[in-house]
Ligand binder design. Sequence first.
Ligand SMILES: Cc1cc2nc3c(=O)[nH]c(=O)nc-3n(C[C@H](O)[C@H](O)[C@H](O)COP(=O)(O)OP(=O)(O)OC[C@H]3O[C@@H](n4cnc5c(N)ncnc54)[C@H](O)[C@@H]3O)c2cc1C
Length: 437
Amino acid sequence: MQNQFFVAVVGAGPAGLFGARELANAGARVVIFNRDVKPGGLAEYGIYFSKHIMKEGLRKQFHNVMDNPNIDYYGNVTVGAQGDLSLDDLRALGFQAVLVAAGAQGTKWLGLPGENLTGVYHAKDVVYSYNKLPPFAQKPFRFGRRVAVVGAGNVMVDISRFLLREQKVDEVIAVVRRGPAEVKFDKKEMEHIVAYLDPSALDAEMARSTPIMQAVGQDPAAAKAAILESLPKAEAKTSDSRFRFEFLASPVQMLGDADGNLTQIEIEENSLSLKDGQTKARGTGVKRMLDVETVIFAIGDKVDESFGLPVEWNEFVKSTTPKFPIDNISFESPIEGVFVGGWSRKASEGLVGYARKDGTNASRAVWQYLQTLSPTDPNLEGVEAKVNSLSKPIVRKEDVKRLEATEAEEAQKRGLEEFKFDNNEDMLNAMGMTMTA
Ligand SMILES: Cc1cc2nc3c(=O)[nH]c(=O)nc-3n(C[C@H](O)[C@H](O)[C@H](O)COP(=O)(O)OP(=O)(O)OC[C@H]3O[C@@H](n4cnc5c(N)ncnc54)[C@H](O)[C@@H]3O)c2cc1C
């Protein structure tokens, strides 16, 4: 159809999909380019694999978006300076605006000695792997008997849940920079691991933390009660594994053996101070070693610095004087016509509902920007020719449907609640495609 606005959306996570829907419903012609074969982003490949009902519910909503006739989908296509298509390519194809909703794909490291040892991982790699996202699903992991997970949020809990319930490791130690009052996980998530929590280890940590907490006006008893709030609904244990916290502790370095395998993590004890009503952790100089074979950093993500947009403080730069703010938030990159939404706007912020709202609002900003331009004749043939010229298989809406139908059949055959192919080759086979298009 002639006279439509023509918009590219990069990424088919919740932000990209709901952003695309917003624009399509407003009348724009939208093309989604997605790195992964399947849509869903972290809703598919981040949310814990056994949350079947939640994931199925989200998939239904995503199918709905994908069925919108104003939206095209190209999966297995990476956009970026080193991707299959650059932002300049998108412009050359006639897209009048680009919404970047590619999540936060960069890996946040603390830059500590020993991060390259075997057994040291970033949470996202582990999460992508147990959720069967290629190529992470093929990556070997060394999950030893004792594991330190650095972090205090829901991702730390998800990883610990996997280690305790699936890997059945002997011990998981959550290394938390600040104190018991600053943990960030939800009670609901804690229900899955609280049965593993060693009560005497918690008491010892509370005793160690109490004077530091009291010095900044915190209530240790209330913090302990909050951590244990999930106990009445504790999920039964599947092993004798043990879970404990090391509060007020920051990793300093990881040490390994001659073969490059992790053997220890050194932590430094922290004290707390108050600044502008916020507690800050400060190293005390007191250091200790923990014997562990695996360390997993669950400290949040950052955007992909190689994408081709300017980055500052782990985030894509947003205009500080946006022309189209929504709820006082800037979704505008410094590059004219390029907008950011979801975890690409604010890395590791919020749950699916937040990403959905953020993607939708980003699209409202895009729509306002489009009103300053004239509608065009969307160059769908040009886009089709361009993606066909890429030397790789391209996944379209109907292919995704075929893949999901095959996986559903496979799950039924195997008597599983869910089945996913864990590599691109099997996925492409299921869609009747081959690795070389
Ligand atoms: C471990 C973990 C567990 C979680 N559990 C829950 C939960 O239980 N409940 C809940 O509500 N929320 C949960 N979340 C949060 C939720 O997953 C996120 O809020 C949401 O997925 C972020 O959406 P997004 O669209 O911004 O990014 P993402 O979901 O990351 O989607 C990004 C999309 O962009 C694509 N992409 C990336 N780079 C490119 C590129 N260069 N070119 C093209 N495409 C690209 C990716 O393939 C992906 O499809 C969890 C998150 C994590 C990490």
